[in-house]
Design a protein. Structure first.
Length: 253
């Protein structure tokens, strides 16, 4: 298996290592790191540099009650299964079911015939909460791909995020084209199987693609296999054609 050729931007890695990234973006990064040795090394180097800076920094006095507030937050995160409570050094070995730093590639798990990175495991262990849309499986049931739009099936993931942010595992039909569109906010796509073309570039397993809100593009899935990918949309799609408007009505439900 070839190594990924499309990687994460440095600022995204730095946000992840420092704990500043949102949970959806952290999940994308953690999954990419399990598949990309180059980005794992970069993340470990960034974490090492950050540790050195902290060690050399002058100690500062804590405000009154700071320790109690920090301990209370740790207790809440632990009970909620927050990734903040699961984060660890990027140089440690072993499995990690949360989207904290991951160094070793680890063993993937197979979901509906597709080998997926271990950080996705806890999000696919049971269906999202009942507060999600009616197209989502009932809470506690095994998730499965469900119709979103013609040629698109997906599983919404129960990821803590700001309103309007969607985190989904998508399965795109072979040969399908997603019409020309832009985005109201950034989008991350991480490919796990099959492949797709976008903007003259080809993306396969382990490749990650980032599009900001200004980008106008279309995508075409390879004709031989479905493409399974983790997609984070931080805002709605902005269609550029009449066909795209029809697709977006379904896709942004």
């Amino acid at each position: 298996m070839t190594a990924p050729t499309h990687h994460l931007d440095e600022d995204v890695l730095l946000d992840y290592v420092s704990g500043a990234a949102s949970e959806p973006v952290s999940l994308v990064v953690a999954c990419h790191l399990t598949l990309c040795g180059a980005c794992r090394a970069a993340a470990a180097a960034a974490e090492f540099v950050g540790g050195v800076v902290l060690e050399q920094a002058r100690p500062a006095a804590l405000s009154e009650g700071a320790l109690e507030r920090a301990l209370a937050r740790l207790d809440r995160d632990s009970l909620a299964g927050s990734p903040d409570g699961e984060r660890r050094s990027a140089t440690e070995e072993g499995d990690d079911d949360g989207p904290g730093p991951v160094a070793a590639a680890g063993e993937p798990f197979v979901f509906e015939g597709v080998p997926l990175p271990r950080p996705l495991a806890r999000y696919l262990a049971a269906g999202p909460s009942s507060s999600s849309s009616s197209s989502v499986a009932p809470p506690g049931s095994a998730p499965s791909f469900r119709f979103i739009a013609p040629g698109v099936r997906g599983i919404p993931l129960a990821v803590a995020a700001a309103p309007g942010v969607r985190t989904r595992l998508l399965r795109l039909a072979p040969g399908m084209e997603i019409p020309l569109h832009a985005h109201a906010a950034p989008e991350f796509t991480l490919v796990f199987s099959g492949g797709l073309s976008d903007g003259g570039q080809h993306y396969v397993r382990g490749d990650v693609r980032f599009r900001d809100a200004a980008a106008v593009h279309n995508q075409r899935v390879d004709p031989d296999l479905p493409c399974v990918a983790l997609v984070v949309n931080e805002g709605a799609l902005v269609p550029q054609t009449w066909r795209g408007r029809l697709v977006s009505l379904l896709f942004d439900r």
